[in-house]
Design a protein around this ligand. Sequence first.
Ligand code: ADP
Ligand code: MG
Length: 525
Amino acid sequence: MYKKFYDFGISDKVLVALSDMGFEEPTPIQKTAIPPALQGKDIIGQAQTGTGKTAAFGIPLIEQRTEAGSKYPYAVVLAPTRELAVQVSGELNKIGSKANVVSLPIYGGQSIELQIKNLKKGINIVVGTPGRVIDHIQRKTLVLKEIKTVVLDEADEMLDMGFIEDIEKILGGIPKDRQMMLFSATMPREILRMSKNYMDKPVYVGVDASEMVVAKIKQVFYEVREEDKIKALTRLLDVEGPVLTLVFCHTKREVDEVAGKLQQMGYPAGAIHGDFTQSHRNEMMRKFKGSDIDILVATDVASRGLDIPDVSHVINFSLPQDPKGYIHRIGRTGRAGKSGIAITFVTPRQYRQLRLIEQSAKTQIKKAKLPSREEVRKSNEEELAGSIEEMIKEGKHTGFYPLTNRLFEKYSPEDVSAAALSMLLDGEDIEEIGQAETDYAGAKRDFVRLFMTVGKMDKIKVGDIVKSISAEANIPARNIGNIALFDKFSFVEVPADLADRVISAVNDSMMKGRKVRIQHAKKRA
Ligand code: ADP
Ligand code: MG
């Protein structure tokens, strides 16, 4: 059927652009999504990350251009993060390069004046994060009256981030006869429900969620105690010798902590999360892609949807929230058919959670043992032997001949070189990393009550509070006690020894698009 891009009957200008981009043939999701999309049908597309969803909607979008240039955009793409907006817009500009279609990313964190100036130039496709798009609509700097197509990229993520109201608001301002395309790696029920409300007999294209986990990714887990995680991480980095490693943490704070410790120990690591400025995040991505740094430590949100080629190892420093998160994370490796390794750290009390993830993601995560002291030593020796060989080949060592000759008068060459080598390696103290044993979840604890400034009127449910506290503060959900929801506020009980951690992690964070304040509750009279 559709073996080549040519078979879609698309314009030469787009065909040339695709060939310039090095695209030889359409990916499976492109084969199934492009034909109905070209016919103007509404599309729901599902396929795991890295399967070319951007071009699956991008090619039909570019094809849709109107020849008579208008000063208003004809399409708008919504994306959950700034990085993704930039990336998608970049790809659209490439596909549209020969067809005179211009796309612009608009997102929070970049000067709005600059964006207004650019929008005035006459942009054909706007790619934006929901908040900033609304901002421009309200300022009337973004006019939607000529919009023919709207795309939601990473739709599941946008819902998770509480963008649903923003999205609905934007959809409300777009002409009713528009085409709508929705792309996502997973299809939670909310998305399907939303699609019923906003889409017209959508064509469903894609892969069933249960078939999604890629066979090419080797998945293992290590049981480690919380306090041993950094040691375990550096050991794996030393022994496995990964090319590019993406390390996932739960919270921004954990990202800072892990990246900071790695840097202190001399590992070329960088960090990205939502608190960094856009230019810092761009810089990090550039360094990581250019291999100036080999290790990128990130939160889920900051890294979602990013196309980073050649990630050899994904390390879940802390367990992902749910099976969906797991799939998203490990999908960062093994891209475009390459093989990859996904490693997950699990504390003993998280063991059950891991098994649940394994079951619902329909995958196998095998238990592995951290490299022992012996193995580390061996790998260090290998490395040293390699450097010595290289040095001899390059002849950089000959300045030391006089010294060796003098030593050889007294000792055998074997003794001399062994002594020299031991100076290089013996200094390295290789610690044994204890296997985790105790499960302290059962321990009795005192609970304290915290007061939070969000409640039922913010459409917040008990589950949202549990999820957000356990994610932000990195504590297991089962350590969270009773939750009482009122209209405008709520009370939550947490173990006394974790209260400060919860307060500092959750205070000022966002929940369902609302800023949350949290503090110790006043004592009941
Ligand atoms: P997804 O949105 O599904 O995660 P992307 O759209 O980011 O995937 O695509 C992943 C990578 O594959 C990108 O680098 C993209 O340029 C490349 N790509 C997409 N389609 C093709 C194709 N038909 N042939 C070759 N590379 C492609
Ligand atoms: Mg994508």
